[in-house]
Design a protein around this ligand. Structure first.
Ligand code: F6P
Length: 345
């Protein structure tokens, strides 16, 4: 078969491992031929490709980013966009397309599948919030980076008797915040799904001071909601082509508010894209490889319009539309763990 591949949306460590697994099995077991579209759907619209072979895949397993590059290109917003895509896919004589991406990228896959394209999807989101799958590669790496940052910040924060706010990724779900926050022993964790009142933030930090610790660590997801802080904090007012604002800055706003209310000197650091950079963890390489092998098998089983997903410890597949239907948010069980570690109200 002749198969195309693309990576869309924000990159995640592990994308190259998926591509490599697809090519390895496709070439060696099925005799497939591959091309990669550059920069997600933009590469399909412009017919910009690169060859993908066993030799181009050499050294890819541990490399972060994506050899295919990525972009947030919304085909729906481009006049005649779907027709252009269909023509390119036909001109390239492709039998199937493997699309790696989150809900935005996959919403295009759904429409193309409805128009007869043989699409198979692989889930990808650093926020780990796609409802169809239990885990996305890249998340473990991001959590490891954020946890290490929280660990490192402890000593300097304690040395200066400060509060340190650490802003992490998480637009609609606070998975990175709760995981790195619990693993790193943060005193307060703020997420998009469970607004926390400033009075509560102050109560928790004061309790920490009163027990003699005299320093505090706060982990906040970029999309966290705080009743006393209006709306989400963004950079500029531009929206991307899928209508998302660029979230950033809640950490600084929160730090100022904490200092004002408590009198404790408070600093903030935004981990930003460091969370998505560099080499994937072994767990992410393994998960990405499993997704890649599943995706190429699905192509040969004719499972089009479907996404490879992790359920428990097994990889299986569900319809792409179902997989992206909802955001997988942090559940009450995890919030109960956080509360269990904090002083009782
Ligand atoms: O959607 C995943 C994500 O990492 C969000 O957590 C974040 O808001 C966004 O992407 C940032 O993406 P970029 O700045 O690369 O466009």
């Amino acid at each position: 078969m002749r198969i195309g591949m693309l990576t869309g949306g924000g990159d995640c460590p592990g994308l190259n491992a998926v591509i490599r697994a697809v090519v390895h099995k496709g070439v060696q077991h099925y005799g497939d031929e591959f091309i990669g579209f550059m920069e997600g759907w933009r590469g399909v619209l412009d017919d910009r490709t690169m060859p993908l072979s066993m030799s181009t895949m050499s050294g890819m397993l541990h490399r972060g980013g994506t050899v295919l590059r990525s972009s947030r290109t919304n085909v729906k917003k481009i006049p005649g966009g779907f027709e252009k895509c269909l023509k390119v896919l036909q001109d390239e004589k492709l039998d199937a397309l493997i699309a790696m991406g989150g809900d935005d990228t996959q919403s295009i896959s759904v429409e193309l599948a409805e128009r007869g394209v043989n699409v198979v999807s692989v889930p990808k989101t650093i926020d780990n919030d796609l409802s169809g799958t239990d885990a996305c590669f890249g998340f473990d790496t991001a959590v490891m980076i954020a946890t290490e940052a929280v660990d490192r910040l402890h000593s300097t924060t304690e040395a200066h008797s400060r509060v340190q706010v650490v802003e992490v990724m998480g637009r609609d779900a606070g998975w990175i915040a709760v995981t790195a926050g619990i693993a790193g022993g943060a005193d307060v964790i703020l997420t998009p799904e469970k607004p926390i009142d400033m009075d509560d933030v102050v109560r928790l930090l004061r309790a920490r001071w009163e027990c003699g610790k005299r320093f505090g660590i706060v982990v906040v997801a970029e999309g966290a909601k705080i009743p006393q802080i209006e709306g989400q904090i963004t950079v500029g007012d531009k929206l991307d082509s899928f209508g998302h604002a660029r979230l950033s800055g809640i950490g600084q706003v929160l730090a100022e508010e904490i200092e004002k209310r408590t009198g404790y000197e408070t600093r903030s650091v935004n981990l930003g894209h460091t969370q998505r950079g560099g080499t994937p963890t072994a767990y992410d390489r393994m998960l990405a490889t499993r997704y890649g092998i599943a995706a190429i098998d699905m192509v040969h089983e004719g499972k089009f319009g479907r996404m490879a997903v992790l359920k428990g410890t097994n990889i299986c597949d569900i319809s792409i539309a179902d997989a992206i239907a909802q955001t997988r948010t942090v559940g009450e069980d995890i919030f109960a763990v956080i509360r269990g570690l904090q002083p009782k109200r």
